[in-house]
Design a protein around this ligand. Structure first.
Ligand SMILES: [Zn+2]
Length: 423
């Protein structure tokens, strides 16, 4: 199922399979494979580094005694305990964001400029980074405060807090992040689109255009599935570069996510099984919190912590939870790729337009410089979409299946033709 960060154009293709997947005449040429490969590799390494820095800094804050020093610094006599803890959590957040700044500067600003994907100035990027840090810093500190305060009463509430976090996360993403992004990327109503969705019948959704061309040349599309308030968002870069037929494929793909949720995952055996797998994987994420807590029980006396609920160990507990939750991300990404394949199949079936589908994949690959040769590691930990080659094969397979089944009449030899001709 797509989420707020849904991007349609995550593509990649091994060099060996390019020969039979060339675009039809008139379609934009494929991106420079070497350039895309270098970009994909650099982005993968920077994302990995960012995650390593995040977990490493959280662990080091506890292991070096810096967290205990911060706790002492925030212990102002006369102030309520919760306020002291809130100040402590905010300082942990500020230090972590400060440590992440150089990697995020390289990943989000330098790399995008280096490969010609972004046009935004450093002050514009920095202002957006500051706003994001402030918003999420406040929200995360507010969420973690009850967690930190209840640890000393009963540490085993921690996994339950992980469940609360998983439930609150969609609200944070869909509401707060969206409102913040609207400040930087203006949104306007474009038009309504109607498709027939099995199980729902004729369905109309509003399509909004998100203005991003003043900052980037990336093209993206996504659907927000929120019942009657569901809507599709496409970037102005996509509207500018795509023909009407190509836009129709993109919109049909987004309707495919609605079809996946409302029909496949509730009315078909394979879809119901997938929905159950996703639910189970969500529950396993909660286990990460429980495992982190058990690890802390073992580690606490060895790293100078008085008790498992010693707040100086809180950054290490958070780092362990993040690392363990990431361990099951390959399974979650595999399910996300299945959702994308289902949406692609719907787009092909409802439009029957293989040529524009292939054209969309080529243009997205070219505009977003997506990984030319997605490594196994990238596929395990970052790829939410099938590779470029997979998506093209899907289209070729559809075209082969849809070929007319009735064979032309068998050739019965020249004698018959000549005889027929003479009559
Ligand atoms: Zn999608």
């Amino acid at each position: 199922m797509s989420d707020i960060s849904h991007i349609l154009g995550m593509t990649s293709c091994a060099e060996t399979c390019q020969g039979d997947l060339l675009p039809a005449p008139g379609i934009a040429p494929a991106a420079d494979p070497e350039r895309s490969r270098r970009y994909g590799r650099a982005r993968f390494l920077l994302c990995l580094t960012e995650f390593g820095v995040l977990v490493g800094v959280l662990a080091l804050l506890t292991l070096t005694g810096a967290a205990r020093a911060l706790l002492g610094f925030c212990a102002t006599p006369g102030e309520p305990l919760w306020l002291q803890h809130l100040a402590y959590l905010v300082m942990i957040g500020v230090l972590t964001r400060a440590a992440l700044f150089p990697v995020q500067l390289l990943n989000e600003f330098w790399l995008e400029h280096r490969f010609g994907l972004s046009f935004e100035t450093f002050p514009a990027w920095f202002w957006q980074w500051l706003c994001r840090s402030a918003l999420f810093g406040v929200v995360v500190a507010a969420l973690l405060l009850p967690v930190a305060d209840t640890l000393r009463w009963w540490p085993y509430l921690f996994p339950a807090w992980c469940v609360v976090f998983l439930l609150v996360r969609p609200f944070l993403l869909h509401t707060l992040e969206q409102r913040l992004l609207n400040c930087f990327y203006p949104v306007r109503f474009l038009r309504n689109e109607t498709f027939t969705v099995p199980g729902l019948g004729k369905t109309t959704l509003p399509v909004y255009e998100v203005q991003v061309s003043h900052r980037t040349r990336r093209a993206e599309a996504r659907i927000q599935l929120r019942g009657k308030r569901s809507a599709i968002y496409v970037t102005d870069t996509l509207i500018e570069a795509f023909s009407d037929g190509e836009e129709r494929i993109v919109i049909a793909h987004e309707f495919g996510h609605l079809y996946d949720r409302e029909h496949l995952e509730s009315r078909t055996a394979a879809g119901v099984a997938q929905a159950q797998r996703k639910l189970m994987l969500g529950s396993v994420q909660v286990l990460a919190g429980a495992l982190a807590l058990l690890s802390m029980q073992f580690l606490a006396p060895r790293v100078g912590l008085a008790e498992i609920h010693d707040l100086a160990g809180f950054p290490l507990l958070a780092g362990l939870t993040l690392a363990l939750a990431t361990a099951i991300s390959p399974l979650l990404y595999a399910e996300a790729r299945q959702d994308e394949r289902d949406a692609d199949c719907y787009a092909l079936a409802v439009t029957g337009d293989v040529e524009n589908y292939v054209s969309v994949m080529h243009k997205l690959r070219q505009m977003n410089l997506e990984d030319t040769d997605s490594s196994a590691w990238s596929r395990l930990f970052f790829d939410t979409h099938p590779s470029y080659a997979e998506r093209i094969r899907l289209a070729l397979e559809y075209r082969r299946r849809m070929k007319p089944k009735t064979k032309p009449p068998a050739f019965r030899g020249w004698r018959h033709v000549q005889r027929h001709g003479r009559r």
